[in-house]
Design a protein around this ligand. Structure first.
Ligand code: NCD
Length: 313
């Protein structure tokens, strides 16, 4: 049976809705510990003898390798299923059966799937912890955790922040999870800047507003650039819409260095990546740019903390 004690040990990570602010602090303490230690050259064997399955039905660069690196940096081993073309899924095996197969060999399954709700379904089947690494247009909880960690790390706070989320807010799962996670903090304002055809789902807007987040809509990045603390850019989710819609909404919002320099000096520019033209390369050297540096590296430390809390008492 799962769910023994605490808010992480042997638990599934399906949605950010499951976290309290105390959970986040506990996790970030661990992540900060690993960050400092790894930067100083430490080597860990906390998860020695443990096996994780990375079961990815969708393409991934960062999330797959970040989970793999995190698990291995803690001394564990990973069974990598990077695309299911060469598995029995291609023969028609159900998610239920696939989960039964992989839980026979491992201590945790990290799953990415094109269907909304697939991680929850897997969690209901499995008797070992399931971590949602992105379920369709649903959620991407560990991305939101590393985003929040990066915001706190760079700004020194997550309360009283003004965040602009830009791009395909309807289909982008990272912004869904991040909006909900920010709902744990006080005095947060979130600006949504999106193509008319791709608004933030109403359910998430309501969730955030109920928690006290101030939601505002803006027409352009320019109109909010000088007041925001975080600019969170995202790509249009080409694979989740028809060609006609994609052609209509792609390339509407772009950040270049001229615009980036209008931000407050201490503000941060983030992107879950991959970028496909939303941020021009001249922004990369801007001191506010976090996406290629802190954000990705922090992901590894946050996932190390999470895996440790889930797998060791
Ligand atoms: C994101 C995802 O898969 O949702 N990428 C990631 O995990 N860092 C964002 C995206 O694909 O646009």
């Amino acid at each position: 049976m799962k769910q023994i004690k605490g808010n992480f040990y042997q638990k599934d990570i399906v949605s950010v809705e499951q976290f309290t602010r105390e959970d986040i602090e506990m996790l970030f303490d661990k992540a900060r510990f690993y960050k400092k230690a790894i930067e100083e050259g430490a080597v860990f064997d906390d998860l020695k003898g443990k096996i994780a399955v990375c079961l990815f039905y969708e393409p991934s660069s960062r999330t797959f390798s970040s989970f793999t690196a995190s698990f291995q940096r803690l001394g564990g081993s990973v069974v990598p299923i990077h695309g299911v073309e060469n598995t029995s899924v291609a023969k028609g095996e159900t998610l239920h059966d696939t989960i039964w197969v992989f839980q026979s060999y491992s201590d945790v399954i990290i799953i990415r799937h094109p269907e909304n709700g697939a991680a929850l379904k897997a969690a209901k089947t499995a008797h070992i912890p399931i971590i949602n690494a992105g379920d369709g247009t649903g959620e991407h909880p560990t991305q939101a955790l590393l985003d929040l960690f990066t915001i706190q790390d760079r700004l020194g706070r997550a309360d009283e922040v003004k965040v602009a989320m830009v791009g395909d807010l309807k289909y982008g799962r990272t912004v869904h999870s991040l909006t909900k996670l920010l709902s744990l903090y006080k005095g947060v304002t979130v600006y949504f800047i999106n193509p008319p055809a791709s608004p933030m789902p109403e359910k998430i807007v309501e969730y955030a507003q109920k928690a006290g987040i101030k939601i505002k809509e803006a027409k352009s990045i320019e109109s909010v650039i000088s007041e925001i603390d975080v600019l969170y850019m995202t790509r249009v989710q080409k694979e989740r819409m028809d060609h006609e819609t994609y052609e209509k909404i792609k390339g509407l919002f772009k950040l270049d260095n001229r615009l980036a320099n209008k931000m407050k000096k201490e503000a941060v520019i983030m992107h879950p990546l991959p970028r496909v033209g939303e941020i021009t390369e001249d922004v990369d050297e801007n001191p506010r740019a976090c996406y290629l540096k802190h954000q990705m590296r922090n992901g590894m430390f946050v996932r190390m903390g999470l895996l440790k809390l889930i797998l060791s008492a």
